[in-house]
Ligand binder design. Structure first.
Ligand SMILES: [Cu+2]
Length: 432
């Protein structure tokens, strides 16, 4: 599962260390399985793009060159960085074919993030433009090993190529695939030594698929989500990853050497077509090795943003609307590509995200973490920092977030890429 290294330098400049990468997007022959190649897009010739390793509080520079036949921009999903570096079409002119743009920012939080285009996403991500970005803390929790696993699904047609977009049906349901990939490969085998515990950083880069992840039905410990570590490990046998979501797990120890476990996506009905159990890959338990890993009982403290029943400052309604021209639209507050009210720096936000439709939508806020206060009136079992949360059909999720001093244009949207494209998005300004 080794991913090719990006060009990487950690150079010393006047202000101290800078981590530098060079990324190039181009058309590639993407080998999804031995002897099975599709025409796709890649960063530095590979899918996923290289794992970018940044350091918390140390500037990161990514010199991006677009060698695609179409414009693009690169969004740094989950990073709390200045608006101008968010990599969307509202904060920068798209990078045209042949052009180079350098992103510069200092990642403030340790965790598992990802990068992907924010233009023509339904095509560019499907073709393979995505990669993980790890921000490491100086005092990182290290276990016996680490894996970065980017999940995706791809719809391959009878000719063995990436299928053409499925029109209104895909626009409605979101495009799900018939080939399931981990790190760009169809159903790979991962290995972990018996007796060891590893830190697995997982990103769901699918266009629309919700991955209800199971590792052979055996328990694992959830240790982190979108915004880094949670307060204490949570033992679970499955975890739901809506499109664009991340989770960090402490996996193992497994006891039986030679055992093969399925990495599965369990049935989940997001009311856009049911699926059964589908396999993403396997885990082979390798010969036993000694373990020095210890998963602490306390991982971190997350100070609650809201202590009492804070008043709701905004309602965001995710909706569906018939349209004479387009058949239907997905909307926010009854509007496609909604222009929402500004938010003032320093003013606590409590938002009710209301899903007025009959299907799930993964709500994503750019550039800021939120805390989930309630899902359908119920407090979540544990506290976390998130930038993606599933809003169940006809349900309401109450979130709280704090606009720190990063004025500029920001967005929120449904991260089912087809719904975003069909209008379920909004932009708003953070003002001083
Ligand atoms: Cu949606």
């Amino acid at each position: 599962m080794k991913q090719g290294a990006a060009e990487y330098t950690s150079a010393t400049s006047e202000g101290g260390d800078v981590v530098r990468y060079r990324l190039e997007a181009a058309e590639i022959a993407w080998e999804i399985a031995p002897g099975r190649t599709v025409r796709g897009y890649g960063f530095n010739g590979q899918v996923p793009g290289p794992v970018l390793e940044a350091k918390q509080g140390i500037p990161l520079e990514v010199e991006f060159t677009n060698r695609l036949p179409e414009p693009t921009v690169i969004h740094w999903h989950g990073l709390r960085i200045p608006a101008a570096m968010d990599g969307t079409e509202i904060v920068q002119r798209p990078v045209q074919p042949g052009e180079t743009f350098t992103y510069r920012f200092t990642p403030p939080d340790a965790g598992t993030f990802w990068y992907h285009p924010h233009l023509n996403e339904t095509e560019q991500l499907e073709k393979g433009l995505y990669g993980a970005l790890i921000v490491r803390a100086a005092d990182e929790l290290t276990l016996d090993g680490e894996k970065v696993l980017v999940f995706d699904d791809l719809r391959v047609d009878k000719k063995g190529q990436i299928a053409k977009f499925g029109g209104l049906k895909d626009r409605h349901n979101g495009r799900e695939g018939n080939v399931r990939l981990i790190n760009g490969k169809s159903e790979p085998e991962l290995t972990i030594a018996a007796g060891q515990i590893e830190r697995w950083r997982i990103v769901n880069a699918s266009s629309a698929r919700y991955v209800r992840l199971s590792l052979g039905g055996l328990p694992f410990r959830i240790i982190g989500t979108d915004g880094g570590l949670i307060e204490a490990p949570v033992t679970a046998e499955e975890v739901l990853l809506p499109a664009a979501d991340r989770v960090e797990l402490a996996v193992g120890p497994f006891e039986k050497e030679g055992e093969v476990l399925n990495i599965e996506d369990l049935p989940y009905n997001r009311l856009a077509g049911k699926k059964g159990i589908e396999r993403f890959g396997t885990i082979r338990v390798a010969p036993r090795k000694p373990s020095t890993a210890r998963v602490p009982e306390r991982l971190r403290e997350i100070v609650p943003l809201v202590t009492a029943d804070a008043p709701v400052t905004r309602t965001v309604k995710l909706g569906f609307k018939m349209s004479l021209r387009r058949g239907f639209d997905f909307v926010v507050n009854d509007e496609r590509h909604h222009h929402d009210q500004p938010v003032k720096v320093g003013e606590l936000q409590v938002w009710d995200v209301v899903n007025a439709t009959m299907m799930d939508h993964p709500f994503h806020l750019h550039g800021f973490f939120f805390q989930v206060l309630e899902v359908n009136g119920k407090k979540p079992a544990w506290r976390s920092l998130e930038d993606v949360i599933n809003v169940p059909p006809k349900g309401t999720v109450r979130i709280a977030w704090y606009p720190d001093d990063r004025p500029g244009m920001w967005m929120y949207h449904c991260h089912i890429l087809e719904h975003h494209a069909a209008g379920m998005m909004a932009h708003f300004e953070v003002v001083r």
